[in-house]
Ligand binder design. Structure first.
Ligand code: R2B
Ligand code: URA
Length: 287
């Protein structure tokens, strides 16, 4: 099924400029992107590039030319296309992700893609899980531990549910029997520091180590297994748009043991590879 016309106001536009992607509807988007089935996204442009290379290698997809080049402009986001898969970066946090989600979804809509799926493949701070563990999100929570994404529109707060598909999560787990993939709740915070109950930001947080541990333990008891900065916005957006979605994040540390990320760059890149491998195994099982 193609994405339905989500917003009636779009019909009034002549050419729609996907400004931050550097693409617009005067281009032959259907020819460029009409075959897309999966969009894999994460915060960092470097990881988007690594993922694009990995998709090409592991799924044996030929890439045009000698190297991968981003499509459109890469001032804000990097978008790579590898066969029927887009690998892209969305930046840090929900404001950056929200802009990307509107424009990448427009891209899928205008390109008339059949039944596309969006996957966030990211990094996170584990709760009760050691570094390198892959978590699939069953439900995203805000920093108040509520399963919603809230935005203020015309001066009023609106809340959208942030659940993800149990069926898709199970398919991801089934496609990765050799990996430890944990299903749990994910807290999407508005910062890496205070909202993730870290004590190592530059400002005095105004809470103690004991307060922090009480909050993290409460979250753990509710089923929270990791903290990151985008999952609730991502889940709520996909629910509203009626698009299949999953959040697959690797943990970089266990927050029950501390705040600082101390693993070496080599170890961290191995961790990141874990989440990308889980996504690639899932895509391979579906293509
Ligand atoms: C995980 O890692 C980033 C912060 O370091 C952020 O984008 C996230 O969700
Ligand atoms: N990303 C986050 O948002 N939090 C962490 O602890 C690690 C990565």
């Amino acid at each position: 099924m193609k994405i339905k016309n989500l917003n009636p106001h779009l019909k009034k536009l002549g050419v729609d400029h996907l400004y931050h992607l550097g693409l617009d509807t005067s281009m032959n988007l259907k020819k460029m992107f009409g075959d897309v089935k999966y969009v894999c996204m994460g915060g960092s442009p470097d990881r988007a590039y690594v993922m694009a290379k990995k998709l090409a290698k592991d799924l044996k997809i030929k890439i045009k030319g000698s190297d991968l080049k981003p499509v459109g402009k890469s001032e804000r986001y990097s978008v790579y296309k590898v066969g029927p898969i887009i690998s892209a970066s969305h930046g840090i946090g929900m404001p950056s992700l929200a802009v990307f989600m509107h424009e990448i979804t427009k891209l899928l809509y205008y390109s008339e893609c059949e039944d596309p799926m969006l996957m966030r493949i990211g990094t996170s701070g584990g709760v009760g899980l050691e570094g390198g563990t892959v978590v699939v999100t069953e439900e995203a929570l805000n920093a108040e531990l509520k399963p919603v994404y809230e935005i203020v529109v015309l001066g009023k707060k609106r809340a959208y549910p942030a659940q993800l598909s149990k069926k898709i999560n199970q398919e991801i787990i089934n496609a990765n029997r050799e990996f430890e993939v944990v299903q749990g709740k994910t807290v999407a915070a508005n910062c890496f520091y205070e909202e993730q109950s870290r004590l190592d930001g530059v400002l005095d947080p105004g809470f103690t180590e004991a307060d922090k541990m009480a909050f993290l333990n409460k979250a753990y008891m509710m089923g929270v297994r990791n903290f990151e900065m985008e999952s609730s916005q991502f889940a709520a957006f996909c629910n509203r748009a009626g698009i299949k979605a999953a959040v697959v994040c690797v943990t970089l540390l266990n927050r029950l043991n501390g705040d600082q990320i101390t693993a070496s760059p080599k170890t961290l890149s191995g961790y990141s590879d874990n989440s990308q491998t889980v996504a690639v195994n899932y895509i391979r099982s579906r293509l």
